[in-house]
Write a protein that binds this ligand. Structure first.
Ligand code: HEM
Length: 352
C-alpha cells in the first residue's frame, strides 16, 4: 500500500491517537443516549438494522440506534489508522503498535458484545459489560496517547528504533512501592469499583436497557447508597493523596508535582461528578442528567488512568515507557513522567 511507504511524524501520530481517544469517549455518551432515549432495540437486527436492511427506516428510535452504529464505524476507522500510523511513524515504536492493536481487539470485542446485547434483549449483565469494556478501551486509548506524546529518546541516539523491555525492573520494584504509589493504586481500584457500582444502580433503576428490559431485583435506594458511599471513600482517599503529594513537595521532592496535579484533577472531577450524581438522585434521574453523569464518569475515569500513569509505580515505568525499535532502553527524555522518588519509595516511603 502506497501509504505504508510514507513516514508519519510523531506529532501527526499523536493527533491520530487523540482523535481515537475523543471518538471513544464520544461513543460512550452516544451509546448511553441510545439507551436513555429508549432506542436500544431501535434496530432489531445486527449488523443490519432490520432484516435485509442495512440502513435504518425513517423512524426516531431506529435512526438514533443507526447513528450510534455510524459512530462505531468512525471509531473503527480511527483505531485502524492508529495501528497503520504506528507502522509508518518515524521512528517506529513497538509499544505504540502494541497499544494500538489493543484498541483493535477492544473494538472488535465491543462490536461482538454490542450484537450480543441486542440479541439478548438488553439483559443487565451484557449492558453493564458493554459499558465497562468501553472503559477498558478508553484506558487503552489514554495510555496510547500518553505514550505517543512522549519523546522517543531516539533522536539523541541518532537511530530510528529503540527497544525497552517490559520486564526491566525499576527502583520502585526493588524498594517496594511507596505510600503514594499504594494510595494511587487503591484510588484507581476504588474508581473502578465506583464505576461497576454505578452500572449496577443503572441496571436496577429506570434507565437500565429500555422500558421493558429485565432489571436486577435489588433495592434501588440501597444500591444507590452503596454507590454514593464508595464515592465518599474515594473522595477521602484522593484528598489523602493530595495531602501526601503536597507534603512531599514542601519537603523539596519536585517529583511530587505531577502527582499532586493529577490527584487534584481527579478530585475536581470526583466533586463535579458527585454533585451531578446527587442532583440526578434528588430529581428522579432525568435522562439529560444521567447522560451528563455518564460523560462525567468517563472524564473521571480518564483522570484516574492519568493518575495511575503518573504515580502507579512499576506500571508507569515498565508498561508505559517508550519502546522504539532497535536500540535498547531509553532513560532520557523518553522516560515516563512522575517516576521520581515520591512514587519510588525513596521519598514518601521513608520520610525524614
Ligand atoms: C466519582 C463519582 C461517581 C462516578 C465515577 C459515578 C459513576 C457512575 C456510573 C458509571 C453510572 C452508570 C452509568 C450507566 O451505566 O449509564 C452511575 C449511575 C448512577 N449514579 Fe453515579 N457516579 C459517581 C457519583 C455518584 C453520586 C455521588 C451519586 C449520588 C447518589 C450517584 C448516583 C448515581 C445514580 C442514581 C445512578 C443511576 C442513574 C441511572 O438511572 O442510570 N453517582 N454512576
Amino acid at each position: 500500500m502506497l501509504v505504508l511507504h510514507r513516514r508519519l511524524s510523531p506529532d501527526s501520530y499523536r493527533r491520530i491517537t487523540l482523535v481515537a481517544l475523543v471518538l471513544l469517549c464520544f461513543i460512550v455518551v452516544s451509546g448511553a443516549l441510545v439507551r436513555l432515549s429508549g432506542s436500544g432495540l431501535g434496530c432489531s437486527d445486527w449488523p443490519n438494522c432490520e432484516e435485509g436492511e442495512l440502513v435504518a427506516p425513517l423512524e426516531y428510535h431506529a435512526l438514533v440506534e443507526f447513528v450510534n452504529r455510524l459512530v462505531t464505524g468512525l471509531v473503527s476507522a480511527a483505531v485502524i489508522l492508529a495501528v497503520l500510523g504506528s507502522l509508518v511513524r518515524a521512528p517506529r515504536r513497538r509499544d505504540l503498535t502494541r497499544w494500538s492493536l489493543g484498541l483493535v481487539v477492544g473494538v472488535i470485542a465491543q462490536i461482538v458484545l454490542g450484537g450480543i446485547v441486542v440479541l439478548a434483549g438488553l439483559k443487565p449483565p451484557f449492558v453493564m459489560g458493554h459499558f465497562l469494556v468501553s472503559m477498558v478501551l478508553v484506558a487503552n486509548a489514554v495510555v496510547l496517547h500518553h505514550k505517543a506524546s512522549q519523546h522517543d529518546g531516539a533522536g539523541e541516539l541518532g537511530t530510528g528504533d529503540v527497544d525497552i523491555d517490559d520486564d526491566d525492573v525499576d527502583i520502585a520494584t526493588q524498594a517496594g512501592p511507596s505510600i503514594a504509589t499504594r494510595l494511587v493504586r487503591v484510588v484507581f481500584a476504588l474508581v473502578v469499583i465506583v464505576l461497576v457500582l454505578g452500572t449496577i444502580v443503572t441496571a436496577t433503576g429506570p434507565h437500565g436497557g429500555d422500558e421493558t428490559a429485565e432489571r436486577f431485583d435489588l433495592p434501588l435506594r440501597t444500591v444507590t447508597r452503596v454507590h454514593a458511599g464508595a464515592v465518599w471513600a474515594l473522595v477521602a482517599l484522593t484528598i489523602a493523596l493530595c495531602i501526601v503529594a503536597s507534603r512531599a513537595l514542601r519537603r523539596g521532592d519536585r517529583s511530587a508535582e505531577s502527582l499532586r496535579r493529577a490527584a487534584t484533577r481527579l478530585l475536581v472531577f470526583e466533586a463535579v461528578q458527585g454533585a451531578i450524581g446527587y442532583l440526578q438522585y434528588f430529581t428522579d434521574v432525568p435522562p439529560e442528567l444521567v447522560a451528563l453523569h455518564v460523560a462525567g464518569a468517563t472524564a473521571t475515569f480518564i483522570a484516574a488512568v492519568q493518575l495511575l500513569i503518573v504515580g502507579g509505580g512499576s506500571f508507569a515505568t515498565s508498561g508505559v515507557g517508550p519502546d522504539v525499535e532497535g536500540i535498547g532502553r531509553s532513560s532520557g527524555p523518553g522516560a515516563p513522567v512522575g517516576v521520581g522518588s515520591v512514587v519510588h519509595g525513596s521519598g514518601l516511603a521513608h520520610p525524614g
